[in-house]
Design a protein around this ligand. Structure first.
Ligand code: NAD
Length: 493
């Protein structure tokens, strides 16, 4: 805490503005970074921007701390507490970085150009243009998977962006208020108060836990007439939830959900979604498939990731990508296969790791080191060329001095060129499961520790707090937690 406070004071004292930064230099190579998520931001954080003309393109002019997004759906945390404006941290870089708020609609690999579109509501006279690149980092993430199931996009809510969390928060209160409307038939009340979550991965589990907390701690108290009918159901196609956690933690989660009265429907695959019910195929213990209709008021769809169209289009341009299905296949240095100047990080890259924030952030940091090293190597090589030329024409003493400098530079060059490939170091998995309990699979403590419960919940809180982007975010999140503890959550729409 003291370190964080000192760091914040230093940041405020330093208070660098874009006017203090070096201007972009057109003689340098242009490095374009697509996206402002975990991968791209972790790259930008560590990149020496004075070595390149850095251009960032993303439709989102902020970084979002996604692990706490489920807490925003119930107002435990306010969304601005987990957002960090991209310009806020770019102004601390030594050389200026250009930022364009736009969506990359196409990457033309042959022409080395990116087509971008300003998707915002306010349009200038230019809203579509192109940006050339010498080097490109694709960190655009993934979109929500629907597997082509009809009705999901129209009627379900996703949980990826701030506006998704806001939509869910509004929808919960809409369902509650409509259920208490005068003369509402009981069957309709039950439907409206049935909150269905599809997908038993960490996103679905954390959201279900947060929602049940909201009901137990706040809604039940302030709107007692909904108490008997409010119900959360988690639907999962596989035989158990949280497949990436150990069996012991899966059992612990399922037991905790039972106590919290969250219904878990495993081996149940959703096939169709309408405005008022989902159709799901359930496999019963004797292996028979039964189709059932489940009415709902709120439907949250959390079934993982799918490839974005701009990434799919780039894959179609590169024959080396023809066997890749889940995203851009990359080599051990994160270079997109079939290219020599394009890298990919995070959920849009396929590098044999799960698509998590942890992986993306380590990939981004690795690329920053790589780019810094390459720039350093080029600098040394230039110095060497100059010295070698001078040494040829110099007097003996000067020649000896130049020779020793050359040897020194050659040693440095070998060192900078010796960067190993990307290796992911797994720090563990954490998930909040409601009623102030969390599960953790952690490998770095003593071998492999799997723990669940209240102590793990405090660990979950401190781990997430330490992972927040800035001290400002940390303070805001702490204040939100305190506010929720003292005053409860806000039940307005
Ligand atoms: P996921 O891919 O982990 O889980 C989606 C689940 O939905 C799967 O278990 C799948 O069987 C199920 N499913 C798919 N289609 C279905 C259908 N039609 N009907 C019923 N169930 C269906 O998705 P996620 O939770 O969004 O996570 C995405 C990635 O992000 C994962 O790699 C995850 O590990 C990571 N993540 C991690 C954390 C954490 O560590 N706390 C939090 C969020 C996300």
């Amino acid at each position: 805490a003291i370190g964080g406070f000192a760091w914040m004071c230093y940041g405020i004292y330093q208070n660098r503005t874009p006017a203090d930064q070096e201007d972009p230099d057109p003689r340098k190579k242009t490095l374009v970074v697509l996206g402002t998520g975990w991968g791209s931001v972790s790259l930008l954080k560590k990149l020496d921007t004075e070595n390149y003309n850095v251009v960032v393109i993303s439709p989102r002019n902020y970084f979002l701390f996604t692990p706490l997004l489920p807490s925003c759906t119930t107002g435990t945390i306010e969304h601005r507490s987990i957002m960090e404006p991209i310009r806020n941290f770019l102004r601390h870089k030594k050389a200026a970085v250009r930022y364009y708020e736009a969506e990359a609609t196409k990457i033309d690999y042959e022409k080395r150009v990116i087509y971008v579109n300003d998707e915002s509501e306010v349009k200038g006279s230019t809203s579509a243009t192109e940006v050339p690149f010498d080097l490109l980092v694709v960190g655009v993430g993934a979109e929500n998977a629907t597997f082509g199931i009809p009705g999901v996009r129209e009627h379900g809510c996703f949980l990826k962006e701030v506006f998704d969390a806001q939509k869910i928060r509004k929808r919960i209160m809409d369902c509650v208020e409509t259920a208490t409307f005068k003369d509402q038939p009981l069957e309709e009340v039950r439907r409206l108060l049935h909150m269905v979550v599809v997908g038993g991965g960490p996103t679905g589990v954390e959201f279900a836990g947060e929602l049940q907390d909201f009901f137990e701690n706040d809604l039940r108290k302030w709107i007692p007439e909904i108490a008997n009918n409010f119900h959360v159901t988690l639907v999962e196609a596989l035989p158990s939830v949280l497949p990436m956690f150990s069996k012991q933690l899966v059992d612990y989660t399922e037991q905790t959900f039972k106590e919290e009265t969250i219904d878990i429907r495993t081996k149940t695959m959703v096939k169709n979604v309408t405005e008022t019910y989902i159709e799901a195929e359930h496999t019963d213990p004797s292996g028979n498939k039964v189709l059932e209709r489940i009415p709902y008021g709120l439907l949250v769809w959390a079934t993982g990731n799918a490839v974005r169209p701009v990434v799919k289009d780039l894959m179609d341009q590169l024959p080396a990508q023809k066997d890749s299905r889940r995203g851009l296949a990359v080599n051990e240095y994160l270079v997109v296969k079939g290219t020599d100047n394009v890298w990919a990080v995070g959920d849009c890259a396929v590098a044999n790791y799960a698509p998590t924030a942890q992986v993306a952030s380590q990939e981004g940091a690795f690329l920053a080191r790589l780019f810094n090293q390459v720039a350093k190597t080029e600098q040394i090589e230039q110095e060497l060329a100059v010295l070698s030329e001078e040494q040829g024409t110099a007097q003996k003493d000067a020649r000896d001095e130049a020779l020793s400098k050359i040897k020194d530079l050659q040693k440095r060059l070998r060192r900078t060129k010796a960067m190993g490939p990307f290796e992911y170091s797994h720090q563990g998995s954490l998930a909040y499961i409601g009623s102030e309990k969390a599960v953790a699979d952690i490998s770095w403590l003593t071998g492999n520790v799997a723990s669940g419960g209240q102590l793990t919940y405090f660990f979950w809180r401190s781990a997430y707090l330490s992972m927040c982007f800035s001290t400002r975010n940390r303070i805001l999140v702490c204040m939100d937690w305190l506010k929720t503890q003292v005053f409860g959550r806000d039940v307005s729409r």
